[in-house]
Design a protein around this ligand. Structure first.
Ligand SMILES: Cc1cc2nc3c(=O)[nH]c(=O)nc-3n(C[C@H](O)[C@H](O)[C@H](O)COP(=O)(O)O)c2cc1C
Length: 385
């Protein structure tokens, strides 16, 4: 491993991960990188793509390739989007603004988390590219209703309800490091500040950490709160299909469920009027031992692919992973850590580099596959070992 690593030395996921590891305090790096329990699902998410191989076609005249897709009514220049993730201001002081700006530059969609650190309204106004709002269903029904209204008024394009997180996953890395929000000034925390001085300087000299989606409703200002406690104390584990059907009616627009994994649930999502589902295990951060989205993709596309937009996320590090998922019928895929490590490593410039490398990989691999458009990718391009 190189002694000095800069953004220009980053050519793939692992390079960004390494640069992030060097630049942000350990508890923050581990919060991004970690998964639940033994991290079996986290590892499987990427390994699953290696169970099958691409079968290229040759001599197809692929001077021009078109990587655009239309998903949930949104036209995206690329078949991947930035999946919503929490607390981006902690990873880099530019936070969500960096991710939104990079997504806009590449003509793709980005998600704003309920636990986002920049307001959904500000992001909607500033960046002209499709925006998803990621919804967590809280015990406080007033809060849920107010959030839907806010997102509607702001002009959010797609509502995305996360259904795999009604209670917090067991993230032992965070338990060990004592990771909490706001970042806690324990002795260990101060030591981290001291050994990552650039991050620390930026953290204290930029805008204060806040959670503008929640702060009118929840007092997290004075106190520290672990992410596990937020999930367990504030989210509503009694949420059921009737609650969601009502949300879909109220929203009256593009509405998808993130974290559907079974055929039966996918069919139910169609029945209640959802326009999309995202197969996801939350990047291996919730139920460890659960199946990877890629492993589950074909059977769900077979069952409902003609009635609802099926997407997936989890473990995507390469353009070839994206092509494999699209070949099985995903309409688009989400990426999480791919842009988060780049954000932590170098802010907006980092995210732009990560998205640019991914775009170049997809275009190159489509040419090598003999595919001029995304529609040309089908299951006949793929063989399982
Ligand atoms: C640090 C981090 C924070 C996340 N925060 C959220 C969140 O607030 N809401 C949500 O629905 N998913 C969240 N996710 C899950 C991502 O949206 C996505 O499903 C996952 O990262 C995909 O896996 P990948 O990281 O392997 O690409 C988070 C993931 C990470 C790594």
């Amino acid at each position: 491993m190189k002694k000095y690593l800069r953004l220009n030395d980053c050519f793939n996921f692992h390079d960004f991960q390494e640069l992030a590891r060097r630049r942000v305090p350990g508890p923050i790096f581990n919060y991004i990188a970690g998964g639940a329990d033994d991290e079996v699902t986290l590892r499987r998410n990427t390994a699953a793509f290696e169970q099958c191989d691409l079968v290229p076609s040759v001599l197809r005249g692929v001077a021009n390739v078109d990587t655009s897709v239309t998903v949930m009514g949104q036209r995206l220049a690329m078949p991947f989007y930035c999946s919503p993730t929490a607390l981006q201001r902690l990873f880099h002081h530019q936070g969500e603004r960096a991710v939104a700006a990079a997504a806009a530059k590449f003509g793709t969609m980005f998600g704003v988390s309920s636990l986002g650190t920049v307001s959904l309204e500000e992001l909607r106004k500033k960046y002209e590219t499709p925006q998803v709002y990621q919804f967590y269903f809280h015990k406080d029904r007033g809060l849920n209703h107010a959030m839907l209204q806010r997102a509607k008024q702001a002009g959010v394009d797609v509502m995305m309800l996360t259904v795999d997180s009604i209670t917090g996953g067991n993230r032992e890395r965070d338990l060990r490091t004592g990771f909490s929000i706001p970042f806690r000034m324990t002795l260990g925390g101060m030591l981290q500040f001291a050994i990552k001085p650039m991050w620390a300087l930026n953290y204290v000299t930029h805008e204060r950490f806040k959670l503008p989606q929640l702060d009118q409703h929840v007092d997290m200002g004075g106190d520290v709160m672990s992410i596990g406690r937020y999930f367990t104390e504030m989210l509503d584990p009694s949420m059921n299909w009737d609650d969601v059907a009502e949300m879909v009616r109220t929203w009256n627009g593009q509405f998808c469920l993130k974290g559907v994994m079974s055929v039966a649930d996918a069919k139910r999502a169609v029945e209640i009027g959802c326009t999309g589902i995202i197969l996801s295990n939350h990047g291996g951060r919730q139920l460890d031992g659960s199946r990877s989205a890629f492993d589950q993709l074909a059977e769900i596309v077979d069952a409902v692919g003609d009635r609802i937009d099926v997407m997936m996320d989890g473990g995507i590090q390469r353009g070839s992973h994206v092509l494999k998922a699209l070949s099985l019928g995903a309409k688009a895929v989400g990426v999480g850590r791919l842009y988060l490590f780049a954000l932590a490593a170098a802010g907006q410039a980092g995210v732009e580099r990560a998205l640019g490398l991914m775009k170049a990989e997809i275009e190159r691999d489509m040419r090598l596959m003999g595919c001029a458009t995304i529609k040309d990718l089908t299951s006949s391009n793929l063989r399982f070992r």
